[in-house]
Design a protein around this ligand. Structure first.
Ligand SMILES: C[S@@+](CC[C@H](N)C(=O)[O-])C[C@H]1O[C@@H](n2cnc3c(N)ncnc32)[C@H](O)[C@@H]1O
Length: 277
């Protein structure tokens, strides 16, 4: 359904097509996130919360604030990112890696979770692979990055609703998580040694990032769906440069790399291997 761009009188704050366009242009220039017309109501709902909190009266005031206040600009970006994630999402990727480890095909696991959101992805990597890697004496290193500073703080804190980990066995929960008591009941926390296995940091994928050493594995799942094709190609090129020959790239369920791409071979469902040239 086409959104109604009129300055809707029923809305608490007037929100016109012009406001929406200016805001989504600013967000795209900074993050690469391409926002389609159908996200008009979503933008209003998320940003109206900021206006309320800041006690502003209009989107014009908000637009001038984000132009002059870098801190509010970061909160604006944090408000418009979509951070949906969960433990063991697209678990076939973990199964694939377990099989490769058991078959002695993997000798080092330096892993980057790019667009790690609130941490469920990197901690799922630990729950699924860390002990197995240890048994096989495989060095293990894990970096988690995201654009959104709010989700990164939650990731580093490692606190979740117990419901989020209900699919794990009793032993797994006990091994990796502490159960909250008193005011924390209903919550769980990733145990400190496992939290410390992940190096979380802010990184904007569309900027000029660089790592000193290439990774064995990159997870970039459900992140590039928000980018336009040119940007996706540029990032894929950099992923190829940042993977060892034969290194693996895992994408989200609706993402793929074209067969004509000369850097990667498709080796499974949304699994790509960097070519050994
Ligand atoms: C839908 S979540 C995916 C989380 C996780 N990878 C998964 O599949 O469950 C997408 C994440 O990408 C992040 N993101 C969006 N644009 C980004 C950018 N330019 N640089 C880095 N991260 C970005 C968002 O902040 C969000 O946390």
């Amino acid at each position: 359904m086409q959104p109604n761009y009129q300055d809707d009188k029923k809305k608490e704050f007037g929100f016109t097509r012009k406001h929406f366009d200016l805001l989504r242009q600013k967000a795209k220039a900074y993050s690469g996130i391409h926002v389609t017309d159908d996200k008009y109501e979503m933008y209003y709902a998320r940003l109206a919360k900021r206006l309320r909190l800041l006690k502003l009266n209009s989107f014009n005031e908000y637009l001038s604030l984000i132009d002059k206040d870098p801190e509010e600009f970061i909160d604006f970006i944090n408000a418009i990112t979509t951070n949906v994630t969960s433990f063991d999402r697209e678990a076939h990727h973990f199964e694939y890696l377990k099989e490769r480890i058991k078959a002695n095909e993997i000798h080092s696991l330096s892993i980057w979770s790019a667009g790690c959101s609130s941490g469920e992805e990197p901690y799922s990597i630990i729950v699924n692979l860390y002990e197995l890697a240890r048994q096989h004496k495989i060095p293990f290193k894990l970096v988690g990055t995201d654009l959104d500073t709010n989700v990164l703080a939650r990731a580093a804190n490692g606190v979740y609703d117990v419901k989020a980990i209900e699919k794990y066995s009793k032993e797994t929960k006990k091994h990796y998580f502490l159960r909250g008591v008193g005011s924390n009941s209903g919550k769980c926390r990733v145990k400190k040694p496992y939290r410390e296995l992940v190096q979380f940091k802010q990184l904007n994928l569309i900027n000029n990032w660089r790592f000193d050493k290439p990774f064995d594995v990159i997870f970039c799942r459900n992140v590039m769906i928000y980018f336009e094709n040119d940007m996706k190609h540029q990032i894929l090129k950099k992923y190829a440069e940042h993977l060892v020959p034969g290194g693996l790239l895992f994408l989200g369920h609706s993402e793929s790399i074209s067969k004509t791409n000369s850097d990667f071979d498709n080796v499974g469902k949304t699994i790509y291997r960097k070519r050994r040239k």
